[in-house]
Design a protein around this ligand. Structure first.
Ligand SMILES: [Zn+2]
Ligand SMILES: [Zn+2]
Length: 262
């Protein structure tokens, strides 16, 4: 499986790093060129022909940093594709897109244009705990602990699997399920705030490095690569330092503009 990281931060910002300036983008992973996991950053990172190859999009939740790439993608593709792109998520997520974004006020309803018979997007309601097949990979959404209805995902093909936490605070079922998968290769665990902001993390239902360590202990798999992602750019240096101090051997901070092959 190829996982192309289009965006992996908890907000956008231009950071001056030692290697040079870097723009942080919000979360979107492109799987095998055709399945998009979250849609925070899409059209600004893909050529038009790459955008056209996307057949399915799965959304962890409705928060703006995970959906904001959808309107521009729809605008680019509405007259370009022969079959609608399937947009999947919990019913609350997909219905929320209709109600709050593609409602003709904020943006045109790309679930009905260019024509009702051949729209740009088509809805798909995902059931937590059930396996859904998209673009040749199996996706299992599992409810996690965030301020709005949210799922993490277990994504697998015949030979490899990864787990994506979604935005979450302390959670159990996702790790319990992922832990049992023999061919699990990678875990993406969100880590939004430094330890000093633990109270904000609790209220906004995100993780800090100390909380990430607790979640990793539940997963208890030392044979896999672990990536912290969804770092808030304003606190990136501090979060990275605190993650290093955890001394989890195969833990690194995820960066954009790379393709992981698992
Ligand atoms: Zn988020
Ligand atoms: Zn969120």
């Amino acid at each position: 499986m190829n996982i192309r990281i289009l965006g992996c931060h908890g907000s956008e910002a231009l950071l001056q790093q030692t290697a040079g300036p870097h723009t942080c983008h919000t979360c979107s992973f492109l799987i095998n060129d055709t399945l998009l996991l979250d849609a925070g950053t899409v059209a600004s990172k893909l050529s038009l022909s790459e955008q056209k190859r996307i057949r399915h999009i799965i959304l962890s939740h409705l928060h703006f940093d995970h959906i904001k790439g959808l309107p521009m993608l729809a605008d680019n593709l509405s007259e370009q594709i022969s079959a609608p792109i399937i947009v999947g998520g919990l019913p609350e997520v997909v219905q929320g897109l209709h109600r709050h974004i593609f409602n003709t006020d904020v943006y045109p309803d790309f679930f009905k244009i260019p024509t009702v018979e051949h729209p740009t997007f088509a809805s798909s309601f995902l059931k937590p705990g059930q396996v859904h097949s998209f673009s040749g990979v199996d996706v299992t959404p599992i409810l996690v602990n965030h301020t709005v209805p949210t799922t993490g995902f277990i994504v697998q093909d015949g030979s490899s699997a990864f787990v994506y936490s979604g935005d979450t605070y302390s959670t159990d079922e996702l790790w319990r399920e992922a832990k049992q998968i023999p061919h699990l290769k990678t875990a993406f665990i969100e880590c939004s705030y430094p330890n000093s902001m633990g109270e904000l993390a609790r209220i906004s239902k995100h993780l800090t490095p100390a909380l990430l360590a607790q979640e990793f202990r539940k997963l208890d798999r030392h044979d896999i690569s672990v990536y912290a992602y969804h770092l808030k750019p304003a606190y990136k240096d501090q979060i990275q330092q605190e993650l290093r101090e955890l001394h989890i051997p195969r833990l690194t901070v995820l960066e954009e503009d790379q393709t992981l092959t698992i």
